[in-house]
Every structure is written in structure tokens, then in C-alpha cells.
Design a protein. Sequence first.
Length: 125
Amino acid sequence: MSEAAIEIPKERWLDAFNLLSKEYYGRAATIEVLGMDVGDQPVAEGQPFQGISYDPEGSMAGDVMVEVGDAGSPYETHHIHHPRAVRVSETQPGIEADILVDSEDGDATLVRLRPFPELPPPGTA
């Protein structure tokens, strides 16, 4: 996370996640759980970002969900239970962003969104 991270107030999570989901849809997503007890645990690496959401009511009330994957890759929903803080750093707005979600249990989930590497033009490889 960059030093320019902005904490998003809980009442704005739903709107912020909707905006981030639209702006970064399809970017390469890396998800890591940063835990005091278990260290850094990778969850997904370079999967297409489908979106991030917050469920204020309903079956997953209070949880944050990060969805990654697409046709030809594993589709996965990572649940973040009991989130207490969300910080976002758009290192290159519209191009790169980091989202850090702290949970009440002391763990944090870091979602890094980056462009997929471009392929070289035909005939140059």
C-alpha cells in the first residue's frame, strides 16, 4: 500500500466498491491475506478481477466479497468476515489500485489490481 491510501468510511463502502468494480473490471488481481499468526497467504494471483462488494444486509451481512476469475481460469469468491476498515490507494488512478481490508480478527486482506502485461505485436517475438 502506498502512503497515499485513503480510508473509506463504512457508510460509503457499497458505493466505493461499486465504483472500483467498474473502474478496475478485468484487471489482474492478486489477493493476499496478511495474518499475524500465519504470515502472508496468497489467495489468488493474476486472476481477472470481477468485482468487490459489501453486503450490509442479507445472507452475508457485514462481509466483503472479492470475486476473481473468468472463463479458462478458476472463478473464486474470497470472503472477508467482520471487516472493520477499508483503505484504497489508487497508485495510478484507473490503471492500478491497492485495496486493504482490515478484519476484526486482526487479519488484513490486500487486493492488488494491475493491468495484464501486453503481448508483443505479431512477428516481433
